[in-house]
Ligand binder design. Structure first.
Ligand SMILES: *[C@@H]1O[C@H](CO)[C@@H](O)[C@H](O)[C@H]1NC(C)=O
Ligand SMILES: *[C@@H]1O[C@H](CO)[C@@H](O)[C@H](O)[C@H]1NC(C)=O
Ligand SMILES: *[C@@H]1O[C@H](CO)[C@@H](O)[C@H](O)[C@H]1NC(C)=O
Ligand SMILES: *[C@@H]1O[C@H](CO)[C@@H](O)[C@H](O)[C@H]1NC(C)=O
Length: 265
């Protein structure tokens, strides 16, 4: 079936979403267990996802080209108080612990940027956080209801939630930046042909910020590798630089959100 059609059906069938109106104390913090980075974790979780995913966790809308969409400002709107409201609903399948982890991940955006994830009332455009078959999101605001999938087993972690929400705000993966070849070497020999598109350079708006190895949007070194232990991405010139961090939005991630959305912070 056409993946876009299957997504629509999936969304139509989802009548269990609730409005979650209680912000509560946002202090739950749940790091990813073990020595696993964000991309390793979600690539693992996303194996077998029915959605058509680009770069491992971005839903590709057949009806819209994400690049074109971004150039045409497919961002969330800033209101007259200079805050950017992103209305959301969450599925009733989540536990209260899951919800506090999700909310705590959102609170970093609230504390450091002008983005405000707010419970949806009657807004037309909103994100619907659902327990689907992986961790993935659309890129930017697509109009209407848009899915952010956070599978309960495997995606409800601080760093992964922020990663997916950042896609919904319009951010690509860091290693696909237009200038990435100066900062990382892509080891094509360990990348399966059908996954090569995940490493394609994109026409990104880098907003005069330097390449960020520490971005929460950066893949880990062995993402999609064909051979255990062989790197698909190697930082240059210093191969020991850490990439694929799983903890939190980096300083540059935050700066970029603020630049992109014209936040006054
Ligand atoms: C802008 O959004 C903020 C955060 O949701 C809200 O408190 C404020 O009332 C909004 N301002 C206007 C003018 O709508
Ligand atoms: C955001 O700020 C609130 C209020 O100061 C604080 O309770 C919360 O822990 C902060 N969230 C994060 C993720 O730092
Ligand atoms: C939402 O409700 C408010 C208050 O009733 C109304 O002013 C506004 O036009 C509504 N917005 C939409 C998109 O329906
Ligand atoms: C980037 O910096 C250049 C020169 O410093 C400036 O002309 C340009 O407007 C900047 N672009 C953005 C998006 O900030």
């Amino acid at each position: 079936m056409d993946p876009r059609a299957s997504l629509s059906i999936l969304v139509l069938l989802t009548s269990l979403s609730i409005h979650w109106d209680d912000p509560g104390p946002p202090n739950a913090f749940l790091p990813i267990p073990g020595n696993v980075d964000v991309t390793t974790k979600f690539l693992e979780t996303n194996k077998g996802s029915a959605e058509h995913l680009i770069e491992g966790d971005v839903v590709f809308p057949k009806t819209k080209n994400a690049l074109y969409c971004l150039n045409n400002n497919c961002f969330w709107k800033r209101n007259s108080s200079n805050l950017v409201e992103v209305p959301y609903i969450v599925s009733s399948e989540y536990s209260s612990t899951d919800i506090s982890v999700i909310q705590n991940a959102m609170s970093t955006f609230h504390n450091k940027t002008c983005i405000r994830f707010i419970p949806r009332s009657n807004q037309t455009d909103y994100i619907s956080i659902e327990n689907k078959d992986g961790c993935y999101s659309y890129l930017g605001r697509i109009g209407g209801k848009q899915l952010v999938s956070l599978k309960r087993t495997g995606c409800v972690y601080h760093g992964i939630i922020q990663h997916e929400l950042n896609h919904a705000l319009g951010f690509y993966h860091e290693h696909t930046r237009s200038d990435r070849d100066q900062y990382v070497k892509i080891n094509w020999e360990y990348i399966p042909t059908e996954k090569a598109s995940n490493f394609q350079i994109r026409n990104t708006n880098n907003q005069n910020t330097t390449y960020d190895y520490g971005s929460i949007m950066h893949y880990g070194k062995t993402a999609f590798t064909t051979q255990a232990g062989k790197e698909t991405i190697t930082p240059i010139p210093d191969a020991t630089v850490a990439i694929g961090q799983r903890q939190d939005l980096s300083k540059l991630d935050i700066l970029r959100i603020n630049k992109l959305y014209g936040c006054v912070v």
